[in-house]
Design a protein around this ligand. Structure first.
Ligand SMILES: Nc1ncnc2c1ncn2[C@@H]1O[C@H](COP(=O)(O)OP(=O)(O)O)[C@@H](O)[C@H]1O
Ligand SMILES: Cc1cn([C@H]2C[C@H](O)[C@@H](COP(=O)(O)OP(=O)(O)O)O2)c(=O)[nH]c1=O
Length: 227
């Protein structure tokens, strides 16, 4: 059970990456993982929907089959439940840093704000599935939908959600803004219209500002430093 891990006192950090498709979040996850490893962290890379064999099967259904918004929500939360149980909670319990490409803010933004699905039902599913688990930090890569569509078109063919129009992505973006406003201590907004280098620097600054990850040198004890 998820709750068993929580009861054991999870020591790790759970960091999520959010934004509309094409905003640039996936481009920076590996660099942030390297930054964390340089500070001695065990890093677990994850994505949603997906991250376990079962959740990856649900991801394939979710991305390629038509379905109504409740079915979408149930599928992503089913995948999330398996992912939490099999990967995220055990990793946090052993002190790892989990970097997850999308999590429940995506559900509120896409199924809630984008599709117009009932936010109260999503909140109920969130409670059942997560049992109190929330990200410690969420990096929101924020980009204008027109520019995001341009970036996507340059590099990949669209899946079912990416074929939605710009009005849909404008609503999804508003959905993120609402989630950020409701949880300002957890969210850091990153201006993704900047160059890749500037976006990466902002993302690293957001991690560094938390004081959770001391530089490798400061892990040494005083005797080491005097030597
Ligand atoms: N700051 C940036 N400026 C211009 N292009 C970018 C920037 N960041 C990412 N890209 C490009 O935009 C595309 C989408 O980026 P990606 O990281 O896959 O977005 P996401 O994971 O948010 O959907 C990729 O081709 C990527 O190289
Ligand atoms: C996690 C999640 C993703 N999604 C959507 C957002 C994306 O369009 C799609 C797959 O996410 P992702 O693999 O992150 O796509 P990308 O690399 O293009 O950002 O699933 C939801 O609609 N609800 C959710 O709860």
């Amino acid at each position: 059970m998820v709750a068993d891990h929580l009861a054991a006192g999870a020591a790790g950090r759970f960091i999520t990456f959010e934004g509309i498709d094409g905003a640039g979040k996936s481009s920076h996850i590996e660099a942030l993982a390297e930054w964390l490893r340089a500070r001695g962290a065990e890093v677990v890379l994850a994505r949603e929907p997906g991250g376990t064999p079962l959740a990856e099967k649900l991801r394939a259904l979710f991305l390629h089959e038509s379905m109504d918004p409740l079915t979408e929500a149930l599928l992503v939360f089913a995948a999330r439940r398996d992912h939490l149980h099999e990967v995220i909670e055990p990793a946090l319990a052993r002190g790892a840093v989990v970097l997850c490409d999308r999590f429940t803010d995506s559900t509120f933004a896409y199924q809630g704000a984008g599709r117009g699905f009932d936010l109260a039902v999503l909140a109920q599913l969130e409670t059942w599935v997560q049992q109190g688990r929330q990200p410690d930090l969420t990096l929101w890569f924020d980009l204008d939908p027109t520019e995001a569509a341009r970036r996507r078109a340059a590099v990949r063919s669209a899946d079912r959600l990416e074929r939605e129009d710009e009005a849909f992505f404008a609503r999804v973006r508003d959905g993120y803004a609402q989630r950020a406003q409701a949880a300002p201590a957890r969210f850091v907004r990153i201006d993704s219209a900047q160059t890749r280098e500037a976006v990466r620097a902002d993302a690293i600054r957001a991690l560094a500002s938390r004081d959770w990850f001391p530089a490798a040198d400061s892990n040494r004890n005083d005797d080491d430093r005097r030597a």
